[in-house]
Design a protein around this ligand. Sequence first.
Ligand code: BG6
Length: 486
Amino acid sequence: MSKFSNDFLWGGAIAANQSEGAWNIDGKGMSVADVSMYKPNIDVKDYSMQWHVGIDDIKKAMQTKDTVYYPKRRGIDFYHRYKEDIKLFAEMGFKTLRISIAWTRIFPNGDEDKPNEYGLKFYEEVFKELKKYSIEPLVTLSHYEMPLYLVNNYDGWVSREVVDMFVKFSKVCFERYKDLVKYWLTFNEIDSIFRHPFITAGIVEEKYSNKKEVEEIIYQALHHQFVASSLATKYAHKIIEDSKVGCMITKLLTYPETCNPLDIYLSQSDNRNNMFYSDVQVFGEYPKHILNYMKRNNINIIMKEGDEEIIRQYTVDFVSFSYYMSMVQSIEADKREKVGGNVATGIKNPYLKTSDWGWQIDPIGLKISLIELYDRYRLPLWIVENGLGAYDKIEENGCIEDNYRIEYLTEHLKQVAEAIEEGVECIGYTSWGCIDIISAATSQMSKRYGFIYVDSDDLGNGTYNRKRKKSFYWYKKVIESNGENL
Ligand code: BG6
């Protein structure tokens, strides 16, 4: 018998900025993603350099219409091909599709009074198309693509005014899609603001004088996102009767290297910090350890009167997260071999294999994470990202034999089944990049996650035709059997 509930939400996930393309048509404004460059000369494992965007980079990007070295501008042309793509998702039996709405399609600069009808219409058509196949949309309001105008004119999320603009955008979406979308996420990987403040919150680090100041303004911007997220949750519940709103974090599970209590304590601190964000959004208050940390380090942020009450009152209905890898902490970290990751760096775990991008593959870590999160929050969990980025090869017979992907996903899904068996309430699984899209960190096209191959290379050459990989047929069977066929 299947461990997955009969209404388990099987599906896949993509984001607007990595898939849609059509970056400057139908009234769309420029977003932070349109400034992200493909940097072939920088090591794909050097994440801080891959993510880095400075003042000159913004200026340069604003002066060009290039789509070769700005791959998120072209995506995989989901904007024009969404019908074909959704048909393929339906063929696999998807029950759900996670997508995001590009804020800049609805409010090109962010501070307009009236939304852009072309943008609203586009997503309405997409949601209707999903409905045609009974695919439930799961929609992220902010997935790495705030309006660039708000960066240049308001300092991104550091500015309080951006809260109101985001809430206005959210309300417009809830009103327009209230009959089409029930499941919403406010911010993708809200914790990522510390790893890449530009793409997550429009913060240009070089505008600030030192590291301490940068840290302080990140806490400020994060506070604004917490308030905005709570207000969006409030309005979703008000406008859409049966809506469910989730928070979304990067699940970063950290193991101690040894049983030395100092290692245990270090890893505990990392895990605790990783859950700070969902703690706020689930429990409705800042954890004491974070408030103490801010005090100790003289980090002063402005919390307006009423903010605490807003955060307390409008908490989330479910917890969602991405999971790709686990990490290891040690008091001897300086002396150990390091590994990379989109999310953080840590030391090598000798028990795990790494992907070509240095991510440590750890299926059991997914079970541990599910149990940990469920025991902590007692709310339904939804794995909204998981998958293997890999180089795919088209064989002479035209097939793409992505057995490594099938193996990765099988091992992770087996652990999800075991966690459910152990009492965890997991309501859905949307594997990341169910169709090949542009990588968030490296802007490569060749880092592929999909069940569906897209004929395009790192410089955008190709027909953009879609092709089913071996994993396409495998996932179809998994869904058909409701996870029994793993
Ligand atoms: C998550 C992001 O951090 O990781 C996605 O939410 C991203 O947008 C995914 O694509 C995988 O990272 P990458 O760099 O391999 O695309």
